[in-house]
Design a protein around this ligand. Structure first.
Ligand code: C6P
Length: 423
């Protein structure tokens, strides 16, 4: 359960939502950039979000006056760096409602976290004919690590179908479960379509059959309050750079009962208790999974990013981003020939679309000329694009610092792009 937050909410009393967003925007230096002679409209948040000055300054302070290696020195600087690094772990524990700090492993990001579970949890328990279940809308990072471990062990990857709107076919999910299913690995939010997956129900059904569940939370953590204890999820993975934190840092949450039994993923300094040529013993959790000098600045910056999100508050984030999604859906649906890809009822603030028969790359290139940053292509989800019979999409993904005006600029620029492309 998420306990009392270390930081109080910023007082937005007396301010309307627009004023709150203005205040938030002032924290993000990149949002004042000009691109191609237009004010930057940054709508590529699902790929990576911009960073608030609080995170930037925290990292700068660390490198300026606090840097040393962690867990290694008795001297003051090393002790302090260790304290900041470890207190960031506590902030993250609190941020996602984990029971124990030993369940929070610093990794390089979502991809690294999933690979860790594939190699350290799945590989030792898989036998030929065993099954791992994923869905059709997974990011490549939640497909390829399982394909690798299947090749290594003779296990099979089974794929749950999706409906045309981008929601999970729950009947197919239930029918895909078997006595050979050893693990379910699913996204919490689809990065290319925005669908919010009913992970709590999936976890509950899976646990009824004794099957553990890994959730890829890369696209959920930036938008909604996550409580891993309430979800009862076994593994939860996410990246710092999508939640206003640094690149190269992420989290693997794992239940202690699993992490304790898992062998180390990588060998090196810090993950050992003692080393000799007769045999090596391993450090306790969480250090067993953090070999080598870690990304200390990244971990500290990630803690600051989590505190920043807490200060804004998930109530505001969810409510405001839902309005952004509603506005975007409304404005873009008025554009002739625009087709939404991913129309599930329950969606995060992501809109994917195609403009008549134009290539997504061409639309994104034109939008860039108007200062608008969107992503185009398959978004590292080629199987879902094949399933929907399209080469890719244009994707606009929103954050709590985007404004209603920016959505209008997107809609107007799409109208202009359409005229350039089709007249
Ligand atoms: N999706 C996007 O533009 P890393 O690269 O490890 O931080 O995150 C990988 C990843 C895993 N799962 C999901 C659901 C994701 O969306 C991503 C990253 C970015 O959609 C870059 S491809």
């Amino acid at each position: 359960m998420n306990t009392v937050l270390k930081t109080a909410h910023i007082s937005f009393d007396g301010l309307d939502q627009e004023d709150v967003v203005d205040r938030i925007r002032a924290d993000f230096p990149a949002l004042s950039l000009t691109v191609n002679n237009h004010p930057l409209v940054y709508l590529d948040n699902a790929a990576s979000s911009q960073k608030p000055i609080q995170v930037i300054e925290r990292i700068s302070r660390y490198y300026s006056t606090e840097h040393s290696n962690v867990h290694r020195g008795v001297h003051d600087l090393s002790q302090r760096a260790t304290e900041y690094y470890e207190s960031s772990r506590d902030i993250i524990r609190d941020f996602i409602g984990a029971r124990s700090r030993t369940e929070i492993i610093f990794t390089k990001g979502t991809t690294d976290s999933i690979n860790l579970v594939a190699q350290s949890f799945a590989r030792p328990i898989l036998n030929p004919g065993d099954e791992i279940l994923v869905t059709h809308l997974e990011h490549h990072s939640n497909i390829v690590p399982w394909q690798l471990v299947c090749q290594q062990t003779g296990a099979e990857l089974k794929v749950v179908a999706i409906h045309d709107d981008g929601s999970i076919d729950y009947d197919d999910f239930e029918q895909s479960l078997s006595e050979r299913t050893r693990l379910i690995a699913i996204a919490h939010v689809s990065n290319s379509l925005g669908t919010i997956i009913p992970v709590k129900r999936i976890i509950s059904d899976a646990h009824g059959l004794g099957i553990p569940v890994l959730v890829d939370g890369a696209q959920a953590v930036p938008h909604m309050q996550i409580d891993v204890s309430d979800l009862d999820v076994d593994f939860y993975c996410f990246s710092g750079h999508k939640m206003y934190g640094p690149t190269g840092i992420g989290i693997l949450y794992g239940k202690e009962q699993f992490l304790e039994k898992m062998p180390p993923y990588q060998g090196g300094g810090d993950m050992i208790e003692s080393v000799s040529f007769a045999g090596t013993t391993y450090n306790d959790l969480p250090h067993k999974f953090e070999a080598g000098t870690p990304n200390i600045a990244g971990a500290i910056g990630l803690g600051t990013a989590a505190e920043y999100m807490n200060q804004i508050g998930f109530e505001f984030i969810s409510e405001y981003e839902a309005k952004l999604l509603e506005r975007a859906t409304d404005r873009l649906s008025q554009i002739e020939g625009l087709r939404f890809i991913g129309t599930a009822e329950n969606k995060a603030s992501v809109v994917s679309f195609l403009l008549r028969d134009s290539h997504p790359y061409d639309v994104a290139t034109l939008l860039d000329k108007f200062g608008i940053a969107v992503r185009s292509g398959h978004h590292c989800t080629q199987p879902v694009m094949s399933r929907l019979g399209i080469p890719g999409t244009v994707r606009a993904s929103f954050a709590f610092y985007n404004t209603m005006d920016e959505i209008d600029v997107l809609a107007e620029s799409l109208q202009k792009s359409s005229r350039i492309l089709f007249s």
